[in-house]
Design a protein around this ligand. Structure first.
Ligand SMILES: *Cc1c(COP(=O)(O)O)cnc(C)c1O
Length: 385
């Protein structure tokens, strides 16, 4: 059988140009091609993140979890207070990281499938001086999108830094870093940015950077923005520099994927396409008789669907889908994981309606095989692309 189609919420299918950029012998970190690629990628990140000219992008080797931890350890130190907007699995991770940094952590919980209540976040922030507000843009465990705008604006008005985990959102969901006054927006390469796993990426505002300068407990050296700043600045001026060897192969691919993102009707065109694809897929799920874990449709992410199993069907659906050539993911939220599955729809596949139709068809046929009757042809027809 042909290679299965990877439709999980990261890693994802990558474009042919990105795949091509990833092959070949590894370039030197100070070769002209890589110096140029880093310089271009830094500038493109400001464009995709919609951040201020004086914001600082960072390109590090690692995953989304490292990105989160780098952001926290450059802003928080023991005794600082942090408020976490808890919308699922990855928000819980954020809270635990802040605790390990010996911060005082206050968690504002959302019901599963819901977003957190703004007035409760407001009350938590106002209860005591707070260094940072931690937000998960799209929680990949629930498929719920939180609107970061009012939260970032609220934090800004109270002198609190906002740190937003965009790992399953950046380049697939609207984010206006400058206009909303956000302080860190972080991601990883294997989600909506459309690359293989391996790069931890973030942009820090000048306010976040000043918080780093004021820390009395230094971050670990390899995670320190101050250590990395001169390196990134040198590359942006088209000079090679060295602190720790970067992932040169992926950086070459990063430039290609960021070029694709901005070429694609700009970042807004790219996000609009993710939104349209998500709407069409939700039409297909509903036609198959399925409902989302996300309670309010307007909070459903552009980048993935967390879909409840219909009555009489359970996690055996995932292997039935796989037998039809498509890989989807199981549930992730502790206590609920046996009740739903997840389909990623970000990056390259959003340009390829044929791949989306293949996914809907495989899920529809697998549902029938598991005993749930549904109209597969009608569901596939919802993808008009
Ligand atoms: C995937 C993901 C992470 C973790 O990324 P890793 O690369 O697996 O470490 C963190 N936050 C969110 C929202 C994610 O979707």
């Amino acid at each position: 059988m042909a290679r299965p189609l990877l439709m999980i919420p990261g890693p994802i299918e990558v474009s042919p140009a990105v795949l091509d950029a990833c092959s070949g012998p590894p370039p030197s970190h100070v070769s002209p091609g890589i110096i140029d690629a880093v310089g271009v990628a830094i500038a493109r990140m400001r464009e995709v993140w919609r951040s201020e000219d004086d914001s600082q992008p960072f390109i590090l080797s690692g995953g989304g979890t490292l990105s989160m931890e780098v952001a926290l350890c450059n802003v928080l130190e023991p005794g600082d207070r942090a408020v976490v907007v808890h919308t699922g699995y990855f928000s819980a991770r954020f809270a635990e990281m802040a605790r390990r940094r010996s911060a005082t952590v206050v968690v504002v919980h959302a019901e599963p499938g819901e977003t957190a209540d703004l007035s409760r976040v407001h009350a938590a922030l106002k209860a005591a001086p707070t260094k940072a507000l931690l937000i998960t843009h799209v929680d990949t465990s629930t498929g719920v999108r939180t609107n970061p705008k009012p939260l970032c604006e609220l934090a800004r008005s109270l002198g609190t830094l906002s740190i937003v985990d965009g790992v399953c959102a950046t380049a697939g969901e609207t984010f206006e870093m400058a206009a909303w006054g956000a302080d860190v927006y972080l991601t990883a390469s294997q989600k909506a940015l459309g690359l293989p796993p391996g790069l931890a990426l973030m942009v820090a505002s000048s306010r976040a950077f000043s918080a780093r300068h004021r820390l009395s407990l230094q971050p670990p050296m390899s995670m320190d923005w101050r250590q990395w700043l001169p390196i990134h600045a040198a590359y942006e001026d088209r000079r090679g520099s060295y602190f720790s060897t970067p992932n040169t192969t992926l950086i070459h691919a990063l430039r290609v994927s960021l070029d694709e993102i901005v070429a694609d009707g700009g970042i807004h065109g790219r996000i609009a396409r993710h939104q349209r694809v998500a709407d069409e897929l939700r039409g297909a799920w509903s036609h198959l008789g399925l409902s989302l874990l996300c309670v309010q449709e307007r909070n459903a992410a552009n980048t993935l669907s967390a879909v409840r199993y219909p009555a009489g069907v359970g996690p055996e659906l995932i292997s039935a889908v796989k037998a039809r050539g498509v890989v989807v993911a199981g549930g992730l939220l502790p206590d609920f994981k046996a009740q739903y599955f997840r389909v990623g729809h970000m990056g390259y596949v959003t340009e390829e309606p044929e791949l989306l139709r293949r996914t809907v068809q495989a899920i529809g046929e697998a549902l029938i095989a598991c005993g749930h009757s549904c109209d597969v042809v009608g569901a596939v027809a919802k993808i008009t692309g």
